[in-house]
Design a protein around this ligand. Structure first.
Ligand code: 6PG
Length: 463
């Protein structure tokens, strides 16, 4: 019997998603190359899953392709980057017209667009699908963000929707996003929001550490996680803070250099290109970069007084209000970026649906996402949502307070301050940008507009 579906690549994500597909009763073909250290990958996977006769393993590409019913549906689960092009170059010529390739990695959306065009020119359908949820999500139900031609999505929707997580109403956390690279764009912004959510928790942990033990911080986070601030990232942070290795906390032993694979910086670059002030994402990316200069930091730290004591007692309810404030600004900025992309690229994205498929399965799933799912049915921006605005107005003074506490104790809050300054500027009628305009006109005759004349009129002064 021919297989319903194929998975190319049996890494952590590929094997987890394969088991997920097999669990749903589909006939599945899996492929992994068998060279340079990967000789046993397929063999091991098949023998470990001998109780699942609906999975067939292949190390020969032709046999893998021949094993599938047409139109073939092949999900490639390999490391994003040039490897995807290599795989497409060998795969596409062996496929038949109408076959469908799904790239399930964190590919850059512009690469996805390019690959989509290439595949189309050879009669092959291409879907760029963002998949979130890590190993556990892939195994038990990820959030899936497919972009491409709607007609080709129709062929794979049944399987993708069957393996995805379910939202609170039992609906699948997989929905058609839009044309060409839109699915991967959405996944990129998901990761940008993820970077900020992680950095906010790291900043809170760092600040709170000055007066509190890991267990005390975990207890505070645990109480927050029972209410409207609850999220997957908050939940795992509690577990991380409590994890012990013998008598010491594991977190205390982890080197303070944050890595990244690029999606955060891609989000920031996209924001720069689209003219959207995604200040929190950039701050989160730069905070990771700064952390990576460990040696410089070590040396430079000798120059300054390193008394890290904090005299002031931390007010937990102020921290909580500020955390809520910063998370709302993060989501406002993230969704704004997608809105601009949707408009600029004509994608016609449905933000209520995006929030809904992010309400479970993915790394940034949270109580807030469920609220946004409902709010986006009638509103277009978080700033238009009354509940959001109220919390932002209320959270401003709390955020000011924790920023002042942090400044006094020589602790940086990159993301909290980015959130604060963005909010302050967005709620300020007149900014000092008039001086920027005057300077531009002074040295470059770039012209300026006047408050006492129509916006369509541009002036130049001989300064
Ligand atoms: C997810 C994650 C996943 C991956 C990130 C990590 O949604 O499942 O976002 O895609 O863990 O790419 O990115 P960094 O290595 O850049 O932190």
């Amino acid at each position: 019997k021919k297989s319903d579906f194929g998975v190319f690549g049996l890494g952590v994500m590929g094997s987890s998603i394969s088991l997920n597909i097999a669990d749903k009763g589909y006939e599945l073909s899996v492929y992994n190359r068998a060279d340079s250290g990967e000789e046993e990958v397929v063999k091991n996977f098949i023998s470990a899953n001998a109780d699942r006769p609906n999975i067939k393993g292949f190390t020969d590409l032709k046999l893998f392709i021949d094993s599938m019913a047409r139109p073939r549906k092949i999900l490639i689960m390999i490391k994003a980057g040039p490897a995807v092009d290599l795989v497409l170059n060998s795969l596409i010529p062996m496929l038949s017209e109408g076959d469908i390739i799904i790239d399930g990695g964190n590919s850059h959306y512009l690469n996805t667009k390019r690959r989509f065009d290439l595949a189309q020119s050879q009669g092959i359908e291409f879907i760029g699908a963002g998949i979130s949820g890590g190993e556990e999500g892939a195994r038990k139900g990820p959030s899936i963000m497919p972009g491409g031609r709607k007609e080709s999505y129709a062929y794979v929707s049944e399987i993708l929707e069957a393996i995805a997580a379910k939202d609170d109403f039992g609906k699948t956390c997989c929905t058609y996003i839009g044309p060409d690279g839109s699915g991967h764009f959405i996944k990129m912004v998901h990761n940008g929001i993820e970077y900020v959510e992680m950095q906010l928790l790291a900043e809170l942990y760092g600040l709170m550490s000055k007066r509190m033990t890991n267990d005390e911080i975990a207890a505070v986070f645990e109480s927050w996680n029972k209410g409207k601030l609850s999220s997957y990232l908050l939940e795992i942070t509690i577990l991380i803070l409590r994890k012990k290795e013998g008598s010491s906390y594991l977190i205390d032993m982890i080197l303070d250099k944050a890595g990244n694979k690029g999606t955060g910086s891609w989000s920031s670059k996209a924001a720069f290109d689209l003219g959207i002030p995604n200040t929190m994402m950039s701050a989160a990316v730069f905070a990771r970069y700064i952390s990576s200069f460990k040696e410089v930091r070590e040396n430079m730290s000798k120059l300054v007084r390193t008394d890290s004591n904090m005299e002031q007692e931390l007010n937990i309810s102020i921290l909580e209000k500020s955390y809520e404030f910063a998370r709302l600004v993060n989501h406002q900025q993230g969704f704004k970026l997608m809105q601009q992309a949707s408009e600029s690229y004509g994608w016609n994205l449905d933000f209520s649906e995006i929030a809904r498929i992010w309400s479970n399965g993915c790394i940034i799933k949270s109580h807030l996402m469920n609220i946004l799912y409902k709010e986006f049915q009638t509103k277009e921006d978080l700033f238009e949502m009354e509940t959001v605005n109220k919390a932002l107005v209320k959270g401003e003074s709390a955020t000011r307070e924790i920023l002042m506490t942090a400044l006094r104790s020589r602790f940086s809050l990159h993301c909290f301050s980015a959130a604060y300054h963005y909010w302050v500027d967005m709620t300020t009628e007149r900014l000092p940008a008039n001086l920027i305009q005057a300077q531009r006109d002074f040295f470059g005759a770039h012209t300026y507009q006047r408050i006492d004349a129509p916006e369509s009129d541009f002036y130049h002064t001989k300064w």
